[in-house]
Design a protein around this ligand. Structure first.
Ligand code: AMP
Length: 380
């Protein structure tokens, strides 16, 4: 199914036929950006794109996608529907994605026809925790000790590397604490393997962190990089609940985290915005950063930038994807971002009365426990 206004409209300066090999030029306002994924991140990308005069066409299998409400066009189809993907590719001028589990084959299919930014390569790396860890380690980014686990009998040897306690995580499709389980004793290995669904996994040492933070970094088609101030993140039931900016970290650690984010974008030859989730360990030597994972997309812990910066992470991503120079990532205010999860969203009548709060709701019809319904940025 395709939205009523699905046909792409191009300004005269955008060629209707694409050159081979594809080197998408800088796009002008009026061009259409295709977005794979229709959740709140796609919605906020589409909103940011529309402020710059771009149109968005969302591709998502879920007919209730929140991004459809604010987009020029949409396609409801499966990610392996090649006919729908080919029509989508025809209708847009560049494609990006808003979630990291877009199948790699889908990304490659589109990439063979047009420009996909970021490309399929960052997806392939970040979809597999083991590949991602090997990549981060290869570019010198510190990680918790880890070892591959392909079956329950591998766990004891992996524990020799990680020590106990450790966390067993599926290599693929884990998010918000799903697909992972803690192991405190070698007696628990068989049960732990069953708890994660007997899937190929990685065992990693538990990090005794002082706090969790993240860096949101961007890279343009010209290789220019920018990183936002570091957000200090607090989770509730494995879901991000609060991001505080500035983080309660030394300036040195914040600079190191921003440099780390930029380094990851360079090593991936990335175009767009990504997040690196980090643990901060404090010991007698001071503060140390340990990377947890990369999200190859705009990120919940970057929502504060919508009201704390001149150019939000969403606009920054759009700028990169259309081949524009990056905008200013400078922070203009101290911000606390609160996620509105499940019934939290019912507090909107109080939130709109707060003078320094900005409410962002995602247009989801049904409140469900654990569902991200919106967020509020409170300027301090
Ligand atoms: P993840 O799905 O890898 O992002 O993990 C979700 C959350 O679990 C993280 O935000 C941490 O709070 C916690 N966690 C994950 N891995 C570790 C680890 N190696 N050590 C300590 N806590 C962890």
């Amino acid at each position: 199914m395709t939205g009523a206004s699905a046909r792409a409209r191009r300004l005269p300066n955008i060629p209707a036929t694409r050159p081979e090999p594809i080197t998408t030029p800088e796009l002008a306002p009026g061009a259409t950006i295709g977005i794979l994924g229709g959740g709140q991140l796609g919605r906020m990308l589409a909103l940011a794109a529309s402020l710059l005069g771009f149109k968005c066409h969302i591709y998502c299998p879920d007919p209730q996608s929140p991004a459809f409400q604010v987009s020029d066009a949409y396609t409801v189809a499966a990610y392996d529907d090649e006919a729908a993907l080919a029509a989508f590719a025809e209708a847009v001028d560049v494609v990006t994605y808003e979630f990291e589990n877009v199948p790699e084959e889908t990304a490659r299919f589109l990439e063979s026809r047009m420009t996909l930014r970021p490309g399929s390569h960052p997806l392939a790396i970040t979809q597999d925790r083991l590949v991602e860890k090997n990549f981060l380690s290869s570019i010198g980014i510190p990680l918790a000790p880890f070892a591959a686990v392909d079956g329950p009998d591998d766990i004891a040897a992996a524990v020799d590397v990680t020590g106990l306690p450790a966390i067993l995580k599926t290599r693929r499709m884990g998010y918000d604490g799903k697909g992972q389980t803690r192991i405190d004793s070698l007696d628990d290995t068989q049960a732990a393997w069953e708890r994660i669904g007997k899937a190929p996994a990685v065992l990693e040492g538990v990090v005794d962190f002082a706090l969790e933070c993240s860096v949101i970094a961007a890279r343009s088609t010209d290789g220019e990089t920018a990183a936002y101030d570091i957000a200090e993140n607090k989770h509730h039931n494995h879901i991000l609940k609060w991001s505080h900016v500035p983080a309660s970290l030394s300036q040195e650690t914040q600079d190191a985290a921003r440099a780390l984010g930029a380094k990851v974008t360079e090593a991936l030859d990335y175009v767009g915005v990504l997040a690196v989730e980090l643990f901060v360990v404090r010991d007698h030597d001071g503060e140390r950063l340990i990377a947890n994972e990369i999200a190859p997309r705009v990120h919940n812990s970057g929502h504060w930038t919508q009201d704390g910066c001149l150019v939000s992470q969403f606009e920054q991503h759009i700028r990169a994807v259309v081949g524009w120079p990056l905008g200013s990532a400078e922070r203009r205010a101290d911000v606390v971002m609160e996620n509105l999860i499940g019934a939290d969203a019912e507090h909107w009548p109080d939130i709109i009365k707060e003078p320094a709060a900005r409410l962002h709701l995602y247009g989801k019809a049904e409140i469900r426990p654990g569902r991200k319904m919106g967020h509020v940025n409170r300027l301090k």
